[in-house]
Design a protein around this ligand. Structure first.
Ligand code: NAD
Length: 253
């Protein structure tokens, strides 16, 4: 349920905003009155995303940036502050799956490095420059995208599972570093959500991961956006370094 004006006068950067979860969260923030800078590595995806968002009360801008590139990501955060005067919210939804049906003996090293570079090093880079930009006002909400695979480990997905376990560790560490400020850092750990990313999985892997969900279905982008928007709202003031479950009953811790 959209909360009118919840993000009025707030400025958000969403990475991976050209598709799936990042697009859904961007739309929800803009529907609730926020200014959203949608960043993605894929220009064509951003153009299509603008059309998908349609008319909204908030302002929406698009910019191309690669989260695994420190300079581009620093410039994304700094230019947001220069243009809008502050940065309240950063959601890092950029991510890739990499191989999804390769045991480690067959898992290509360059793929492993690329998955870690985007998912884990990207989360480090985004968080670092987000916090620097937020220190101007002393207020901020950072949300990273982990995954249940980072808790449980999905066989055949060593790179993805390792990267998401790293995002969980990163969130817990830096959440504590800034716990005595007004900047919170949290992560979501979803099970399978119906997005274009799910379609990049090996079909047998997708069906085995869906079978593990006690609710017997994939999650929806709207369900992710609803929880994400509460976590990045001013109301969520006593949660930091937390990993939020979103798994239809799959997660047991
Ligand atoms: P998606 O593929 O629909 O969207 C990901 C977006 O990230 C794409 O637009 C892509 O162009 C962009 N991207 C990729 N590499 C980038 C880079 N280096 N810099 C900037 N942008 C980049 O994926 P999604 O399903 O929306 O997933 C979003 C996040 O949620 C990912 O981190 C993913 O691992 C995580 N997640 C997804 C699921 C799921 O089932 N869909 C479950 C758990 C976690």
């Amino acid at each position: 349920m959209v909360v009118p004006n919840r993000f009025k006068d707030q400025v958000a950067v969403v990475t991976g905003a050209g598709s799936g979860i990042g697009l859904g969260i961007s739309r929800r923030i803009a529907l609730e009155g926020g200014t959203v800078i949608m960043a993605d590595i894929d220009r064509a995806a951003l153009d299509a995303a603008r059309d998908a968002i349609g008319e909204v009360p908030g302002q929406v801008r698009q910019t191309v940036a690669d989260v695994s590139n420190g300079t581009e990501t620093r410039d994304l955060m700094q230019s947001t502050v220069t243009r809008h005067g502050k940065l309240d919210i950063v959601i890092n939804s950029a991510g890739i799956v990499g191989p999804s049906a390769s045991n480690i003996a067959e898992y290509d090293l360059s793929s492993f490095r690329r998955v870690l570079d985007v998912n884990l090093v990207g989360s480090f880079i985004v968080s670092k420059h987000a916090i620097r930009a937020m220190q101007g006002t002393g207020y901020g909400r950072i949300l990273l995208l982990a995954s249940i695979s980072g808790k449980e480990g999905n066989p055949g997905m060593a790179g993805y599972s390792t990267s998401k376990a790293g995002v969980i560790g990163l969130t817990k560490a830096i959440g504590k570093e800034y716990a005595n400020t007004q900047i919170t850092i949290n992560a979501l750990a979803p099970a399978m959500i119906a997005t274009p990313l799910a379609q990049t999985l090996d079909p047998d892997k997708l069906s085995s991961l869906t079978d593990k969900i006690p609710m017997g279905r994939l999650g929806t982008i709207d369900e992710v956006a609803a929880l994400a928007c509460w976590i990045v709202s001013p109301e969520a003031s006593f949660s930091t370094g937390a990993i939020f479950d979103l798994s239809g009953g799959r997660a047991t811790y």
